[in-house]
Design a binder for this molecule. Sequence first.
Ligand code: PLP
Length: 452
Amino acid sequence: NLSTADIQRVDAAHHLHPFTDYKALNAEKSRVIARGDGIWLWDTDGNRFLDGMAGLWCTQIGHGRREIADAVHRQMTELEYYNTFFKTTHPAAAKLSEVLAELTPEGLNHVFFTNSGSEANDTVFRMVRYYWQLLGKPSKQVIIGRNYGYHGSTVAASALGGMAGMHAQAGMVPGVHHITPPYWFDYGGDMSPEEFGVWAARELERAIDELGEDNVAAFIAEPIQGAGGVLIPPETYWPEIRRICSERDILLVVDEVICGFGRTGNWFGSDTYDLKPDLMPIAKGLSSGYLPIGGVMVSDRVAEVVIEKGGEFYHGYTYSGHPAACAAALENLRIMRDEKVVEHCANEAAPYLQQKWAEFGEHPLVGEARMKGLVGALELVPNKPNRAERFDNVGQVGTMARDFSFGNGLIMRGVRDALIISPPLVMTREEIDQMAKLIGKTLDDTYAELKK
Ligand code: PLP
C-alpha cells in the first residue's frame, strides 16, 4: 500500500524507463497508472485518462477484459510453462499457430514465436540470411529498411529501423541500408502525392541497383510507419514496391507489429495494401498487449526452403510460444472474431473518427490531418497558409501539445511536431465524441500558448 509519492520516489531511485529522458525523470514525477477498463486508465490519485494510444498501439479490445485473465489463469493452473525447443509443443501453441495461419494473408502458414516485435525482427534478420545461404546465395546479406522506420530495440531490429538517434547511441550493424520513406508532408516539393509515392518506391529499385541484386536479401517495411510519425503512404507507393519486389530477387518483409490485428481496418495492413509478404513480424495486437507475445509469420516460399533444405535453425527464445501468452492471444483473437472488432473498426469507429479528423485539418495549427483505419497524425505547423514552414526547434511544440493532451485527460503521443493517435479498436461513437472534444481542446490550448 505505497502512496503515490512513495511509488514515485522508489521508481525514480531504481527504475530506468524505456525511451525516457533520464534527466527529466529525476526532475519530474512519473505518472503512476493503476487501473484500466475499456478505453480508460486511472492513476493512483484517481485521475482518469482516455487511452488514445491503446497502450503502445496494442490494446485493440480495450483494457480490463476479464475473459483473458480467466483464460490465462486456466492455462497457468494446467501448465504454467514449458518450452517449445527440440520438437516439443503444447496445446495452446499448436492451436495458436493454426489460428494465425487462418487469419493472416494467404500463403503465410507457419509461425516462429517470440516474446516481442523486436525479437520477431531479430528473427527476421537471421532467417532471411539463412534462407539465401540455403539457396546457395550467401552473398545476399543486405537488408534494406527505411528512414523513420521502427522495428524494435534489440541490436538487429534497431539497425533495421531508421531512427538516427538509436544508430548514433549504439552503432550500426553491417549489412543494413536505408531509403527515403513515403512521407509526402515532409518532402514538401512539387510532386503530387501520387507522383511522390512512385518516386519514393523507386528508391528501392535505385538502392538494389547500387548495392547489386546479388547482395540484397530483403526489403523490410511497415505498411504504415507508426513510431516514425504515422506516415501513410500515397496509394501509388505499395503497388510500385510490389512490382519491384516481384521483378527483383529479394524477400519482402512486412512488419505488422502495429498495423496487424485490425489497426488499418482489415486484419492486416497487408490486406489493406494487397501485399504478399515473404515474412511478416507480428506482436502487440496479437494479445492486445495482455501478455508479451510476438512472432514471425513465414510464407510457404521461405518455409519450404528452411524445412526442406535446412537442418537445425540455431535460434529461439526460452519463452517462444509461452503457454500463458498463447492462451492470452487465443482468447484475445476469439474476442476479436466473436465481437467483430475488425469490422467495427472498419465500418463504424474509423469512418466516424475520420470525419472528425477532417475537421481538425481545418484548425489553424494543423498543416495535415491524416488517418487510415484507426491510426492517425495531426502535423502541427507555425503558419498554416505555408505548410512547408516548420517550427524552429523540432519536437518542442509536439511535446507541448502532448503535455496539454495529458493535462486534458487524453493520452496522445508527440512525434516531432505531430500529435499521434491509435486508440482501442472497440471505441463507440460516444467515446469518439468524448475523445474529439479533448483533441480539439488540446489544439486550442497549444495554439493559445504559442500566440502568447
Ligand atoms: N515493429 C514495429 C512496427 C513497432 O512499432 C514496434 C514497437 O513499437 C516493434 C517492431 C517492436 O516491438 P516490441 O516493442 O514488442 O519489441
